[in-house]
Write a protein that binds this ligand. Structure first.
Ligand code: DGJ
Length: 740
């Protein structure tokens, strides 16, 4: 709101500030140039609430006019405002800050000057409009198209750039941001979600100072190990949960990414977002279209809560595979057995899970190969045949045994990796990523196949096809990736295309993911990369869920899940009940309920009391939680970063039902829990769910009927007082449900 006023004030009183913060001298007519009389008026990429607006200046250059509240540019406007700035600043011809595009032309010229050519808009679906703005270099046959897809109801703008040329030789792309929006709020705060192993999703906000701040990753695979490819940008004041102007940005790309935040001396900010050009100066042949990965934006004037809700709604409809289907409740064996299992042990786990209510058993790492007498199963990583020493009757036997007990069967694979002891590596040592004249850097003797090499890529596809196609009963795949690429070189790519590898690896990977989705539409899939090393909307359209972290300690998971919730929906976040951290089972269960639920315990060995609690928790999830967290809206009520309690809630779209999850992190007493998003006039019946069998609720309002206004204005006293206690509270329609 503040920024809207700020912009409106500037609109009326032009100042002498330099255009877009560029330090170059700008002729006065370029500063407030009239719109070309015959040219296009404003090009507005609009959603329900927001708009990204462009216009062509008197010199035929595309300018960004606004990014914020829809309607910020009055329709009667006849001149470009002062703050209009290059829509896509190019290197080498006057722009002195960090460029969005740098092209080294085939004759060696490193400058680009783009002029507007045309634009078109097309309604793709009732909810989506695609806009394409074509720009062309004023001398070279180089065309750059800015592409946008506006999801109106979900308030998401998807933006990418396509580059193609007809120069006599290849051009080299030195910079190729997907998007480069500019802001004039004067002060900016950026939040990132770090990706370090066991601490993924950790939220950190900082104020931007003058100069260029870069958040990036360079690992090619497990690229999100450094941080997730998403950020929040708060304009004018630090980000708040339900107030203030905040923009959420997420790159739909599993590879290296780079977010640059460039604040100039006028306090103007340019954000450069896209694939990381580090070590990836891309050599582009004539006639071939280079499409950057898509950047997803959501603008909010009601804090980061609204950004998250927009992303979650969009994810359900567009961003995550089968967003309308319920996720199966899993029994996974990773933390229960690690590599120490065999058929007998697995069958015992199956038996223990009978009557618990699980949907599917997921067999994790270690089922393949028979290479090593000491049972180091990973030595055959890459060979992908069941180890007859531990699984004498093969995978299909396990599939059948699971079916007999009433559940499905899923399998773990790490298709991109090989062990140096595997048959495939020994036959084709040139198929892995490597640098000539350097010793192979293979952590634990494992390394990555080169997905730019067609034979290696086909080998990976064949492994997936043999595993899934050869065992048709398998209905779930966990696709893991544990290695990074410390030597991103290829024996397949020619010397002048070595730097294409970081991009082309992802192109190969995406092709494999797409084939997996299209060939096996009934096989659900989990995205995993040594924990949360690959969580992005470029991959999630092929997957049903993601593994957020190898930390399953519920106390730590509260922070991890909190972080991811800013961009990714709960129903796609795999959350397993394990014994990590040795927390009470009730606490572990209540934390996992706000995710795609799984169990990773030897359930046959639980005490009767715990087994009852787990069975009941699974039933509560199935009947009262799963649907609401998938189709409802998230309200983050109390942040674990702010105090000794974390509270979040989900409210049904029609506001008739809600669930609150209260987690006590320490001993300190805190005030009432206040809900949000309810219908103030409606009456809700309050019920505490998932109480340990034989115990009574300590919630004072349990069983009572209260209005939405009461629950939001006065709230309720939490029933919890000690660390690692938790409560799940349901607010359901009361018999007489509205206040007369
Ligand atoms: C890393 C994953 O995050 C774990 O869940 C597990 O699948 C292991 N890899 C297996 O090696």
């Amino acid at each position: 709101m503040k920024r809207a006023l700020f912009l409106a004030a500037f609109w009326l009183i032009p100042t002498l500030a330099a255009v877009g913060g560029t330090p170059v001298a700008v002729a006065p007519e370029a500063r407030a140039s009239p719109l070309p009389s015959k040219g296009p008026a404003f090009i507005s990429i609009a959603t329900g609430r927001s708009a990204l607006v462009f216009a062509v200046d008197g010199a035929g250059r595309l300018q960004q006019v606004a990014f914020g509240r829809k309607g910020l540019v009055p329709p009667e406007t006849t001149a470009l405002p002062d703050w209009a700035t290059d829509a896509l600043p190019c290197a080498g011809n006057g722009y002195l800050l960090e460029p969005a595009l740098q092209v080294i032309h085939s004759d060696g010229n490193i400058s680009t000057e783009l002029g507007y050519v045309s634009h078109g808009m097309k309604r793709e679906t009732p909810d989506c409009v695609v806009t394409r703005i074509t720009l062309r270099d004023r001398f070279y046959p180089l065309t750059v198209t800015l592409c946008f897809r506006a999801y109106e109801a979900e308030d998401i703008i998807e933006q990418w750039t396509e580059i193609v040329h007809e120069e006599p030789g290849a051009v080299v792309l030195g910079r190729y941001a997907s998007a480069a929006p500019a802001f004039q709020a004067g002060a900016y705060w950026v939040s990132q979600f770090q990706g370090d192993v066991l601490r993924e999703g950790e939220l950190g906000e900082e104020k931007l100072t003058r100069g260029l701040k870069v958040l990036d990753s360079k690992l090619t695979v497990r690229a999100h190990f450094h941080r997730n490819p998403s950020f929040l940008l708060a304009l004018g004041a630090p980000a708040q949960e339900e107030a203030g102007e905040v923009i959420g940005g997420a790159l739909a790309w599993p590879g290296n990414f780079q977010f640059g935040f460039d604040v100039d001396w006028n306090g103007h900010l340019r954000v450069l977002a896209g694939a990381n050009p580090f070590g990836a100066e891309y050599r582009l042949a004539a006639g071939k279209v280079f499409a950057t990965p898509a950047m997803l934006w959501s603008w909010s004037d009601a804090g980061k809560g609204q950004v998250s809700r927009s992303f979650h709604r969009w994810a359900r409809k567009y961003g995550v595979r089968d967003g309308d289907k319920p996720r199966p409740i899993l029994l996974n064996n990773w933390e229960t057995t690690f590599f120490d299992f065999n058929e007998t042990k697995l069958l015992a786990l199956f038996d223990g899970a009978k009557d618990l209510g699980i949907d599917l058993f997921l067999l994790d790492d270690g089922w393949f190969s028979d290479k090593d007498p000491k049972n180091h199963q990973r030595i055959g990583l890459g060979d992908w045949k069941a180890n007859p020493k531990i699984l004498p009757h093969g995978l299909s036997f396990l599939v059948d045994e699971a079916k007999k007990r009433g559940f499905g069967f899923g399998i773990w694979m790490e298709p991109e990796s090989v062990h140096l002891g595997s048959d495939v590596y020994r036959a084709h040592p040139d198929w892995v990523l490597q640098q000539p004249h350097r010793e192979l850097n293979a952590f634990n003797r494992q390394t990555l196949l080169d997905l730019t090499r067609p034979e290696a890529k086909e080998f990976v596809w064949d492994a997936i096809r043999r595993t899934l196609g050869g065992n048709p009963g398998i209905s779930y795949l966990k696709w893991d990736a544990n290695r990074v690429a410390p030597q991103p070189g290829s024996t397949y790519l020619p010397p002048d295309q070595q730097q294409n590898l970081p991009v082309d690896y992802q192109v190969g990977l995406e092709d494999l993911m797409r084939r997996m989705r299209d060939t096996y539409p009934d096989v659900m899939a989990m995205l995993c990369a040594g924990g949360g090393g690959r969580v992005d909307y470029g991959s999630l359209k092929y997957f049903h869920s993601f593994w957020p972290s190898d930390s399953t300690d519920p106390l730590q998971r509260i922070y991890i899940q909190w972080g991811y919730s800013h961009f990714y929906p709960a129903w796609a976040l795999s959350a397993h009940v394990t014994s990590m951290g040795h927390r009470p089972l009730k606490f572990a269960l209540d934390v996992a309920l706000t995710g795609a639920l799984g169990i990773d315990r030897d359930v046959g060995k639980l005490t009767d009391e715990d087994r009852l609690l787990l069975t009941q928790g699974i039933a509560v999830y199935r009947t009262k939680v799963r649907d609401l967290i998938q189709h409802g809206d998230l309200y983050r009520l109390e942040s674990p970063y702010d105090g000794k309690r974390a509270v979040l809630s989900y409210v049904a779209e029609d506001r008739a039902r809600a669930l609150a999850f209260v987690y006590q992190l320490g001993e300190t007493g805190v005030g009432p829990v206040k809900l949000r998003g309810l219908d103030p006039a409606r009456r809700y019946r309050v019920t505490e769910l998932n109480l340990p069998p034989g115990t009574k609720s300590r919630l004072a309002i349990d069983g009572r009927t209260l209005t939405g206004a009461e629950l939001m204005d006065f709230g309720f006293v939490s029933p919890l007082s000690r660390a690692v206690e938790s409560a799940v509270i349901e607010f359901s329609p009361a018999a007489e449900s509205t206040v007369k």
